[in-house]
Ligand binder design. Structure first.
Ligand SMILES: [Zn+2]
Length: 256
């Protein structure tokens, strides 16, 4: 996988080159045999009826894969200790069960999956105060609660016949083929990058901060830091993503 040379700097409104490549999941299908077409029709039927429980199982599979690809901070690691402290009591929120952990990686980044998995990169924690990290976590919970990744996952299941399911695990839960997993993860995470999704999650983060009696001002101040790191400029699709300076300004205007 080719790594971006630029530092990664805007929470989940960040797409790597690898992430862009994964959007090929939506590329027109190659010529299909009759059998393929039948298979596709079957997939669409499956996707239309896929249960919420199954969707969560797919997300869990993707979360496990991300954890496998990254270095999780172990319990005694200073990042894990700090994160555990600043998220005390946050095992659930707004009806969601949460699993919040740190990755040891220099990326200034964070993401969430639809099963309630939230991962915060140590590179982000290095830049932000505890309250600013809390705001990022609130923002990520927003993506889960508002179903941004879930919509994309359902769309991918409906549209991509290549998203073959490897089989049914002993638990009775279907699993995504390993060969499709990486692309699907990037695809689902990238669904959170639209202006509308980011704005909705920013608003959610402000409500989260208020509900938890954390200072809302930590949200725009986190954005200021990202803006200073150059998150608003960038290359390629980054240009189409929300500018952290604008997000900071919008959030400041919303804070009473
Ligand atoms: Zn986001």
């Amino acid at each position: 996988m080719r790594k971006n040379i630029k530092p990664k700097t805007s929470l989940c409104s960040l797409l790597t080159a690898a992430g862009l490549a994964s959007l090929a999941l939506f590329a027109p299908a190659h010529s299909q045999s009759f059998g393929d077409i039948l298979g596709s029709a079957k997939k669409v039927a499956q996707a239309a009826t896929v249960s919420d429980q199954q969707i969560v199982a797919y997300f869990s599979q993707m979360s496990d894969e991300m954890d496998r690809q990254n270095t999780l901070a172990t319990a005694k690691n200073p990042y894990a200790v700090r994160l555990a402290k600043l998220t005390t009591g946050l095992t659930s929120y707004d009806g969601l069960n949460l699993d919040i952990k740190a990755y040891i990686a220099s990326d200034v980044n964070a993401f969430a999956m639809g099963d309630g998995t939230v991962r915060v990169y140590s590179g982000l924690m290095d830049k932000l105060t505890d309250d600013e990290v809390r705001c990022v976590i609130g923002h990520e919970i927003g993506h889960v609660k508002l179903g941004h990744g879930q919509k994309r996952l359902k769309l991918a299941l409906q549209q991509d016949a290549a998203l073959s399911v490897a089989g049914t695990a002993s638990s009775g839960v279907r699993r995504i083929a390993n060969s499709e997993l990486g692309g699907l993860i990037q695809n689902v995470i990238s669904a959170q990058h639209s202006q509308a999704a980011e704005t909705a999650s920013d608003d959610y983060a402000l409500s989260f901060m208020a509900a938890k009696a954390y200072p809302q001002a930590a949200c725009p101040s986190a954005m200021d830091k990202l803006a200073a790191l150059g998150g608003g400029g960038g290359i390629g699709l980054l240009k189409t993503h929300p500018d952290p300076a604008q997000r900071a300004k919008r959030m400041r205007a919303k804070i009473k």
